[in-house]
Design a protein around this ligand. Structure first.
Ligand SMILES: Nc1ncnc2c1ncn2[C@@H]1O[C@H](COP(=O)(O)OP(=O)(O)OP(=O)(O)O)[C@@H](O)[C@H]1O
Length: 237
């Protein structure tokens, strides 16, 4: 479980995350959504142990988030940082040497599923295929938390949904969770279990997607827009 208790994060004096208390359990696919600059990437980086909270506590499986807890997290960054001179298979060997939980057999299956050529050099790939390589490297780790920051950037809209649905089969939800951020709400709606909405660094809501659909008769986007509207009205009052 990842637990945040009254977490604040400031960049210098600017507050990016404000007083968030939240628990994320194993066995779910969480979608963190919100407008640009609402704090989604900052929240993921805090959970991944890459940033320290300014105030508050984050624990991962009971340990305070730090360099040591990074072993519990496979993190896909929204940055394009992969080693351009490696081939995909060399990158797999490198990851295998770096992460004890890296599953090379799974990596090969995901490469097949995503129609990537193992001997291709990373630097020669299109942006969309570099994005696919990042997914291979992240989903091949048997870490309990797979944290994906904008995993679909660069993927064309026609394949996003089918790729996402296919990739979920490589996640073992009996002992893993996926936490992702995205602006592609339509494509992810069908696979998300829980939606978490941020606005200006604040937690606006957390709800099972089934409940949003069945009880509130709304899409995730409509639910998010409602929460934003309520916030605007409460600010005016
Ligand atoms: N390294 C940084 N230094 C200073 N301010 C930062 C830094 N990173 C993010 N911020 C600021 O913190 C706020 C939250 O940024 P963050 O990237 O977490 O938002 P986001 O919801 O992921 O945005 P987007 O949807 O555009 O990716 C923004 O106002 C951003 O400008």
């Amino acid at each position: 479980m990842i637990k945040l208790e009254e977490v604040h994060k400031k960049y210098w004096v600017y507050p990016a995350i404000k007083d968030i208390t939240l628990s994320l359990e194993i066995g779910r696919i969480f979608g963190i959504i919100g407008e640009n600059g609402s704090g989604k990437s900052t929240l993921l980086r805090l959970m991944a142990g890459l940033l320290k909270p300014t105030k508050g506590v984050i624990t991962i499986n009971g340990e305070v988030a730090s360099r040591q807890t990074r072993k519990h997290v496979a993190y896909l960054s929204d940055q394009d940082y992969y080693f351009p001179y490696f081939t995909i298979e060399e990158l797999i060997q490198y990851y295998h040497s770096q992460f004890s939980d890296f599953d090379s057999i799974k990596a090969k299956s995901i490469i097949d599923f995503l129609s990537l050529e193992p001997t291709a050099k990373i630097g020669h790939l299109s942006k969309g295929n570099r994005g696919r390589v990042k997914m291979v490297m992240t989903l091949s780790r048997n870490a309990p938390f797979l944290i994906l920051d904008e995993p679909f950037s660069g993927l064309d809209p026609m394949v996003r949904k089918s790729i996402l649905q296919g990739l979920i089969q490589f996640v073992d939800l009996s002992r893993q969770s996926v936490i992702l951020t995205t602006h592609e709400l339509k494509e992810v709606e069908s696979v998300l279990d829980v939606a978490i909405v941020l606005k200006e660094g604040k937690l606006m809501g957390r709800k099972p997607v089934e409940q949003i659909r069945e009880e509130q008769k709304m899409s995730i986007l409509e639910w998010m827009e409602n929460l934003y509207q309520e916030e605007r009205e409460s600010m005016k009052a």
